[in-house]
Structure formats: structure tokens, C-alpha cells
Design a protein around this ligand. Sequence first.
Ligand SMILES: NC(=O)c1ccc[n+]([C@@H]2O[C@H](COP(=O)([O-])OP(=O)(O)OC[C@H]3O[C@@H](n4cnc5c(N)ncnc54)[C@H](O)[C@@H]3O)[C@@H](O)[C@H]2O)c1
Length: 373
Amino acid sequence: MNTLNWGLIGGGKGSQIGDAHRIGSAMDNCFHLAAGALDIDPKKGKQYAKSLGVADDRAYGSWQDMLSGERDREDGIQLVTVATPNSTHYEISAAFLKAGIHVLCEKPLTMTVKEAVKLQELAAKHNCLLAVNFGYTGYPMVRQARAMVQGGKLGNIRLISAQFAHGHHSDAADMDNPRVRWRYDPKQAGVSSVLADCGIHALQMATYIADQTVSNLSAHFLSAVEGRELEDDAALQINLSGGTTCRLWTSAIALGHMHGLSFEVFGERGGLRWHQEQPNQLFYTPLNKPTQILERGGKGLHKDAVAASRIAIGHPEGMMPAFANIYKDLHAAMLGSEDAVARLPMSDAGVEMVKVVQAAAKSAKASGKWVTL
Ligand SMILES: NC(=O)c1ccc[n+]([C@@H]2O[C@H](COP(=O)([O-])OP(=O)(O)OC[C@H]3O[C@@H](n4cnc5c(N)ncnc54)[C@H](O)[C@@H]3O)[C@@H](O)[C@H]2O)c1
């Protein structure tokens, strides 16, 4: 294995998503954590990086120091992951792309369409890969669903219903919780809360499976908890480029829902159903035939699902191996594989989802008026 040097920005101790990146990137030996600027607090960031085995001189106090320290090293990082809060994604990703370093940026790619497009241009100009971590596309049975839909197994796709509805921001008493408050503050979160945070994962997955883009949409936002400026629930009706209708429900007030990410695909000749909380089973119902449960690791699956799967059938395989599949494909893409690029959520998806967020906020303000992307 040609293990490549990797750097992480954000993902400090106790962060929500840092561990999934560290474990995912290392799972197949594709990347080695060579450098890190892991925390907004320089001292904590350096300490944590060193505790993870990063060399003293590559445990940085800030991303700016990391950029100047790494860009001229012969063994400098080849890929950086940006796992900081949303409002910093643009500045950090732009700086590393300009230095010719490949970027995996957390979602949402940026806060504005202009910034997202600019990042895409920078990636092209500097001959870099720019991927966006819609990490749930790394699940084997999501890739199976994609292969079945794109292989024509379900015929023409009439409707996709996508959901990312959880209930973790239901308590009005959480208004003062710092981890919740910023998400509903337009200065820090932008024009959308739960759609930008969660809903775009489900919608991106729908477009990934259908191989279609968003044409236009109508959105309705609800701010259910009193005092919230941004939405904590949203429903979108969407027309996709290939003629499929998509309905998206995303929520942070759906009490009783845990993670709540799922999709259902309804074609002329069959239907598919997948829920991220039972990721190893894909329910397939051919027209006029009984429902089949396709098991991860089982026989007869598409090669993309087989390649994305690691352990024997029946053993739970979840989110970190799904992230590992993103890193495995990034590694292959960095070594020139076009197939890997086709499997990855690249900057196109990142730009599109930033456009969706902006269009939905505009539509919701106009009581659901249709907005073209
Ligand atoms: N793809 C996914 O499934 C997924 C899941 C959760 C979060 N996310 C995204 O990941 C990003 C981070 O979210 P989180 O929930 O881990 O946030 P978090 O608040 O839990 O952690 C953020 C981390 O970044 C560090 N940080 C902040 N500013 C920094 C800076 N300028 N330089 C270096 N480090 C800095 C903080 O100290 C902290 O360690 C967000 O963009 C979020 O949308 C993605």
C-alpha cells in the first residue's frame, strides 16, 4: 500500500466528527496522520495531535502554521481534511488548494454559492481534487442501491422520498446550550439550520443514487421552538433533472427519531428502502413479487457494494467503515482512478447542495414559491 501523508484541521478532542475521520482514513492504511491543527485552542490542538502520534514539529497550533509548515516539505501532506465549523470551510480550503494540496471538506462546502464555485475553480486551476464529505454515500448498501437504480433494475424512477429527521433539538431549554445555539444563529449558520446541517445529506444521497441533479424546488420551513430565527424542520418538493420527483423531510424536532436518515426509491418495476440505523439491509420489492432483503456481505451484490464491504455477513458494519470507503476512493483518485472519482461526492455535489440551501431559504420566505437552481 502506498500510504499517503494526510493532515486534519478541526476534529479536536471531543468534537463530533474528528474520530470518524481519523479512524476512517486509517482503516485501509491509505493515509497516515502526518500533521494536524486540530483545535481552535492552539495548546489543546498541539497536545491532542501529539497524543495521536503526530511528530512535535507537525502538531500545529493553527491551520495557517500548518499550511506554511507543510507546503514546502518534501514529505508534506498530500491531502487535507477540513472538519472545522461551516463558516471557516471556504478560507481554509481555498488556502490549501492554492498550495496544490487535495482537499476533503466537510459539508456544507461553504456558506454561499459564490464561495463554493470559487473553490471549484481553484481546484481545477491547481489540479487538485476537491471532495465533500457526504460520507453516508460510503455505505455498501447505498452503493448497491445506486448500482441497481443506475443499472435500470427498477426502471424509470418515479419518486424518491428522502429523510433526515432527528429529535435532538426539541427542548426549548437547550436554547442556551452553545452546541445548539450557533446552529440557529444566522450569523454563524447562514440562511438555514437543519436543512444545511442534515437535510442536504439525504438529498445528496437521493441525487447520488438517481444520478440526477436538482432542477427546481419548493420549500416550507418551520421554526417550531420559540425564539429560533432559523428553521428546525423543513419539507421540500423537488424536481430532479431526469424527471424524478423527490420529497425531502428534514427535522431537528422529530422526537423519537434518533439519527433518522433514510431513503425510499420507487421505480416502475420495483422499490428500494434503506435506513441508516439498519445499514446492512437493503429492502428490494420487485413489481408483483415479494420483498427481498439484500444483506451486506451476501451473495449476488454489485461489485461496488462488495468492494465497500469489509467484514463477514451478519456483523454490523457502520459509519466509520463508510467514511473509510470515502478515504479509500480518495486514495485511488489521487493515484489516478477515474472510477473512484465517479463514486466520490466531489465538488459538484458540494456546490449543488449549497445552491439547494440558498434556493430553499428563498422559496420558504416566499411561502413555497418554486425556485430554479
Ligand atoms: N459528514 C458528516 O456526517 C458530519 C457529521 C457531523 C458534523 N459534520 C461537519 O463537520 C464540521 C465540524 O462539525 P463538528 O460537529 O465536529 O463540530 P464540533 O464543534 O464538535 O468540533 C469542531 C472542532 O473544530 C475545532 N476548530 C474550530 N475552529 C478551528 C480552527 N479555526 N482551526 C482548527 N480547529 C478548529 C474545534 O476546536 C473542534 O475541535 C461541520 O462542518 C459539520 O457540518 C459532518
